[in-house]
Design a protein. Structure first.
Length: 339
């Protein structure tokens, strides 16, 4: 990469400064960000000080923090060398992964096979590349490609549904599947909305909006409209799945904790030839009537150990929304543990 680490004269056994040299000053400017905001983010989250001196960055802090920050800076510089930009989320991802950002691209069947050979992950959608930002997310994406049925279980903001839809779009673009089917139970989150106005689509769209939001991140609006008209993208309530056989499709059930046991069994048995099925949910946010068992909890218990079915679990450490979201989740978890 052309980056060298320089160690200043040792004043004690444990030095307090590591100096990194970056040969391309233009890329270094991008690495630092406008008004050095990228460096400020690294300093704040990693507990170090980073000073720029010409084409060098001095990282000041304890040994472990210096080494980790140095790895992140090298990783982000390599990303810029590859012609890719840096956003706040990319910096967060580099810090979580603790090693160079992934560079394996999943676009067509050859890239999907290359993924199984190991290395990093990059999902290519029509609008932007998507990268797992934690080890749990990376393992989750790997399992979605490798198995016919996968469960993603964990708190809000951990990327369960977002990554599942990204994998589905990647597989649709590559021709690995013919269509994407996205579903969720039409259950209100603690509020009674009454009868909504409009036709059937207008009534169910508010429940399906999070799935539309994810799709809009990966595909242009005109393409979504075209694929929807061709029935190559379907977004429908869970109740609409009864009686269907879903073949050559990438199928996602979101908010699965709000499916009853019978609904879950019905959905899982829709799987047809050439399809992948992903079930995502958060066990702490069940909106079913009191006394009604969650189909997600039952499926987790019944299907553990079944060949071809994988379970991936996320924690507050995998939250990739605002950092405060992780702290809110942790506070609720502590309160539940004490109760």
């Amino acid at each position: 990469m052309g980056i060298s680490a320089l160690t200043p004269p040792t004043r004690s056994e444990d030095i307090v400064e590591t100096v990194l040299e970056f040969p391309d000053n233009r890329l270094l400017i991008s690495l630092c960000g406008e008004f050095d905001r990228n460096l400020a983010q690294i300093e704040h989250q990693m507990g170090v000080h980073v000073l720029r001196r010409g084409n060098r960055l001095s990282v000041i802090g304890d040994k472990a923090a210096r080494e980790q920050a140095g790895a992140v800076l090298r990783s982000l510089y390599a990303r810029l060398e590859a012609g890719r930009g840096i956003e706040a989320g990319d910096i967060d991802g580099a810090m979580r992964m603790g090693r160079p950002m992934p560079d394996t691209k999943l676009e067509g069947s050859e890239q999907i096979e290359m993924f199984h050979g190991g290395g990093g992950i990059e999902l290519r959608t029509r609008k932007k590349p998507i990268e797992p930002r934690t080890e749990a997310q990376k393992e989750y994406v790997k399992n979605l490609f490798a198995n016919e049925m996968g469960f993603g279980i964990g708190p809000a903001g951990t990327g369960k549904t977002y990554l599942a839809v990204a994998v589905g779009v990647t597989m649709l673009i590559s021709g690995a599947v013919e269509k994407i089917i996205l579903s969720r139970p039409a259950v209100e989150a603690g509020e009674r909305l009454g009868f909504l106005p409009g036709d059937m689509k207008e009534k169910i769209d508010p429940y399906m909006q999070p799935l539309y939001d994810a799709l809009n991140d990966f595909l242009p609006a005109k393409q979504i409209q075209k694929l929807t008209e061709e029935k190559r993208i379907e977004i429908a309530p869970l109740a609409f799945m009864r009686g269907r056989t879903l073949s050559n499709a990438f199928v996602v059930l979101d908010e699965a904790q709000n499916a009853t046991t019978m609904q879950m069994k019905m959905f899982l048995t829709r799987l047809g030839e050439g399809s992948r099925m992903v079930i995502t949910g958060d066990r702490t946010q069940v909106d079913l009537p009191r006394g009604t068992a969650s189909g997600l909890a039952d499926a987790e218990r019944i299907l553990k150990g079944v060949k071809g079915v994988t379970f991936n679990y996320f924690t507050s450490k995998d939250v990739v929304r605002h950092p405060l979201v992780a702290r809110v989740i942790e506070a609720y978890e502590r309160d539940e543990a004490q109760g």
